[in-house]
Design a binder for this molecule. Structure first.
Ligand code: BES
Ligand code: MN
Ligand code: ZN
Length: 501
């Protein structure tokens, strides 16, 4: 279950008890509010800083327990390094770091968001709060014996007050950021949930809950998809006892309601056994995360609606389960996709592109969007190339690619552009059909992208291969969730920067 700390924006005159957090740069200089609060401690901070070799470096925290002169449990002094170099992502990480350092069971927490070198803006405050919210997230729904400290933290459910200069501006910025945070938490939940709980119909049900926020949600069941001719997506799900679904989410927030939308499409394989081309047992459990693309799309739609983004955005997710069975599709099968193009199946484990090709072609034809971005845990090869540090970016449009790279730098959800080209495209020509679903041993991420490109025509398009970034995340300042909710902040930033009124 997600622990959601209560974050309250207030002014500097707020009463302080329990834990006080103050910020400092490398000069160990404090803002006026912190100076006033710390006055009764004399030169305690300076003395302890010296002994502990604390120099105000970024994300270093000095913990003064039971500081003399103050009736407080702790004073945490958090370093920001060179304050003027702090970017949005750094404030986010600072918030996460602080959350990680709050002792459990505090009576109260007050953060004075102020620097000696100038005031902290509303956006920066909102990023600190978002970092705290993300760091507090825990997926422990299935643990019947919770750790004592978790229980304590929950029981306390302390209010975290953030004192700021401009309360109204910070409240407004936090309202938006906390909506984004809820979207990220939703994406994390979906990725973390086990595959016996989160199967396609259940995923579609959870996506349908976005209706409460004003998102229009349509769910296509198997007969509907059959009627439309989605032979590729349906083939993947045909060996599973669980029905497949396609979900279309629409957020119409633009001032001009008829504004052409942009579209975001996600791969939602709730569990990928590989099918008849079955995967080896080692780490197969990780394939519950093979719906991280769809989770990101759903979390993004939540975020956009929650912050009432002034943009028209379509989110489409293809949700299936890839299982071996007497009714499974097989290597050698030839499928007819929604676009009419035929596909020879070489490997039933290259199923993501089959799900996406129908979702992409359908989205493109029905909505004629300005651009399409898809996200998919598509290939192990992207992990070999980029590890977990960047998502692979493939695009037919330099402007779109550059904008995504830029949004990646702003958010820290970085992407690295990979090549496309006719020579790679040739590698998926088939002897028996229009194309085959694998391109051989080499350039596996690119041949997968070439496959998708055959379904988007001339629409500006970008494909993000998130097999490395979308699941099995390592611990960071903003949390230790296995499902990181990767891509929600990236695409939210991309939309805010380029597609909002
Ligand atoms: N879902 C996997 C890709 C994947 C691997 C995601 C590791 C996350 C972590 C995908 O469906 C797959 O199995 N791809 C195959 C393609 C191959 C058969 C051409 C792969 O990467 O091995
Ligand atoms: Mn697979
Ligand atoms: Zn897969």
């Amino acid at each position: 279950m997600a622990i959601s700390p209560k974050l309250v924006i207030t002014d500097f005159k707020t009463s302080v008890n329990g834990i006080l957090v103050v910020l400092t740069d490398e000069d160990l200089a404090f803002g006026a509010a912190a100076k006033a609060a710390l006055k009764p401690t004399g030169d305690l901070v300076q003395r302890v800083a010296k002994i502990e070799k604390f120099k105000g470096k970024r994300n270093k925290v000095l913990d003064l327990a039971a500081p003399s002169g103050l009736k407080l449990e702790h004073v945490l002094v958090a370093g920001v390094g060179k304050a003027k170099d702090m970017k949005a992502e750094d404030w986010l990480k600072l918030g996460g770091t602080l959350m990680g350092r709050l002792p459990a069971g505090a009576r109260g927490v007050t953060i004075l968001a102020q620097l000696a070198s100038g005031k902290l803006g509303a956006e920066e405050v909102a990023q600190i709060a978002l970092g705290m919210k993300l760091r507090a997230y825990k997926f422990d729904r299935y643990k019947t014996k919770k750790k004592a400290e978790d229980e304590e933290a929950k029981a306390g459910a302390v209010e975290i007050r953030i004192g700021v200069e401009d309360v109204a501006a910070a409240k407004k910025a936090w309202a938006a950021a906390s909506g984004i945070g809820d979207g990220i938490v939703l994406a994390r939940e979906l990725v973390n949930e086990p595959p016996n709980v989160l199967f396609p119909v259940e995923f579609a049900r959870r996506a349908s809950e976005l209706k409460k926020l004003g998102v229009q949600v349509e769910v296509l069941d198997e007969p509907a998809m059959k009627k439309l001719g989605m032979g590729a997506l349906l083939a993947v799900g045909q060996g599973s006892e669980r029905d497949s679904r396609l979900v279309v989410m629409r957020w119409n927030g633009a001032k001009k309601k008829s504004e052409t939308p942009i579209a975001i499409v996600g791969k939602g394989v709730c569990f990928d056994t590989g099918g008849i081309s079955i995967k080896p047992a080692a780490s197969m459990e990780d394939m519950k995360g093979d719906m991280a693309g769809a989770a990101c799309v759903t979390g993004l739609m939540h975020a956009l609606a929650a912050r009432k983004a002034e943009a028209n955005v379509i989110g489409v997710i293809g949700i299936v389960e890839n299982m071996p069975d007497g009714n499974s599709y097989r290597p050698g099968d030839i499928l007819k996709s929604y676009s009419g193009q035929t596909i020879e199946v070489i490997n039933t484990d290259a199923e993501g592109r089959l799900v996406l090709c129908d979702a992409l072609a359908y989205t493109n034809e029905r909505f004629k969007p300005k651009l399409i971005i898809d996200l998919a845990t598509l290939t192990g090869a992207i992990l070999v190339a980029l590890g977990q540090e960047h998502a692979g970016l493939f695009s037919n449009d330099d402007k779109l690619a550059d904008r995504l790279i830029e949004a990646g730098k702003v958010t820290g959800e970085t992407v690295w552009r990979m090549p496309l080209g006719p020579a790679y495209d040739k590698m998926i020509d088939s002897k028996f059909a229009d194309m085959k679903n694998t391109g051989g041993r080499f350039a596996g991420s690119t041949t997968a992208a070439q496959f998708l490109q055959r379904y988007i025509g001339k629409t500006p398009w970008a494909h993000l291969d998130i097999a490395g970034t979308g699941m099995a995340a390592h611990n960071t300042e903003i949390g230790d969730s296995w499902g990181p909710g990767w891509g929600v902040r990236l695409l939210n930033e991309f939309i805010a920067a380029h597609h909002e009124d």
